[in-house]
Design a protein around this ligand. Structure first.
Ligand SMILES: Cc1ncc(C[n+]2csc(CCOP(=O)(O)OP(=O)(O)O)c2C)c(N)n1
Ligand code: SF4
Length: 301
């Protein structure tokens, strides 16, 4: 569906408390347009708990339950069970959490809910940091990124959450990006019509956390895909298919841009370029990215 044909109704209303250029609100608008108003949302501690506005106000046009940081999937499981018991099975249950609440503290609850076959959609907006509490590193933070807890640059590579989810064999999983709203809309629409646990992860470049100008959020998402730092894919019935530019990179129909084309616009990687280029670390990051795509080709081509 073309962007101009997306539903006009705005589920995220004025008066929200997001930063200018916030990727989470971009994603939320698209996701909630795809799901419609018959949706109950569970939000753990994260930026979205603040974005939705400060109590007693709300700027989201659907019911929301806020819950403890680790408990998004557990809360959604309870809501799904309660709705089922009442015979209300046409209501979407959406758990919506950041990468901290997904890759790290909420992983156990998420794993349990997916393993139990819970009929819900779990969405992780991945801004690669704990942004709500002032930019700490998470399991999704890429190597070398500055955060307040990795002041010299993170020394570990991020974990592959998509592969952890695939190991649970859910009926549907996907990776998307705020920079590709039509693709995101399509994936959420598809997930909506599938019974069982659905996992969608959305790359969410965060201006204050990644240190780039607030008008460049979409560009940062596009560059992540074009350099291969992020991949678009869909996983259904144990089959994984890449899509968009990621498919072309996988099939070697286009060459990804060097990863520094994505890194160099983000202040969190500034120390790799100033006062002088850290060639060794830049090569290490590029090699890791190349190796990842080599592994994807071996597995999925
Ligand atoms: C058990 C617990 N530990 C720590 C916190 C403090 N806390 C609230 S939100 C947050 C970070 C959330 O990060 P993420 O899930 O990535 O979402 P984002 O803030 O980036 O939107 C932290 C550490 C908490 N609320 N509960
Ligand atoms: S810190 Fe980032 S994710 Fe959080 S509200 Fe601001 S722009 Fe959005």
């Amino acid at each position: 569906m073309a962007l101009k044909n997306l539903p006009r109704e705005e589920p995220v209303m004025q008066g929200n408390a997001a930063c200018p250029g916030c990727p989470a609100t971009l994603a939320l608008r698209t996701v909630l347009k795809a799901l419609g108003k018959k949706t109950v949302m569970v939000v753990p501690a994260c930026c979205t708990a603040v974005i939705q506005s400060l109590y007693p106000y709300t700027s989201f046009d659907i019911p929301i339950m806020n819950i403890a940081f680790e408990a998004a999937a557990a809360g959604a499981s309870g809501i799904e069970a309660a709705l089922r018991k009442q015979g209300k099975e046409d209501i979407n249950v959406l758990a919506w959490a950041g990468d901290g609440g997904t890759y790290d503290i909420g992983l156990q609850a998420l794993s349990g809910a997916v393993e139990r076959g819970t009929n819900f959609i779990y969405i992780c907006y991945n801004n690669q940091i704990y942004s709500n509490t002032g930019i700490q590193r998470s399991g999704a933070t890429p190597i070398s990124a500055w955060t307040t807890t990795t002041v010299g640059g993170k020394t570990e590579f991020h974990k592959e959450m998509g592969e952890i989810i695939q190991a649970h064999h859910p009926p549907y999983a996907a990776q998307a990006s705020i920079s590709e709203p039509e693709d995101l809309y399509k994936k959420v629409k598809k997930a909506k019509d599938i019974k069982g646990p659905k996992y969608i992860e959305i790359l969410a470049p965060c201006p204050p956390g990644w240190r780039f100008s607030m008008d460049k959020t979409v560009d940062m998402g596009k560059l992540a895909i074009e350099t291969g730092a992020w991949a678009l894919w869909e996983y259904e019935n144990d089959e994984l298919v890449f899509n968009g530019k990621s498919k072309l990179i996988l099939e070697e129909k286009i060459k990804p841009k060097p990863i520094e084309e994505w890194l160099k616009y983000q202040g969190r990687f500034k120390h790799l370029f100033v006062p002088k280029r850290n060639e060794e670390q830049l090569k290490r990051i590029q090699d890791h990215n190349d190796a990842q795509w080599k592994r994807y080709r071996k597995k999925y081509l």
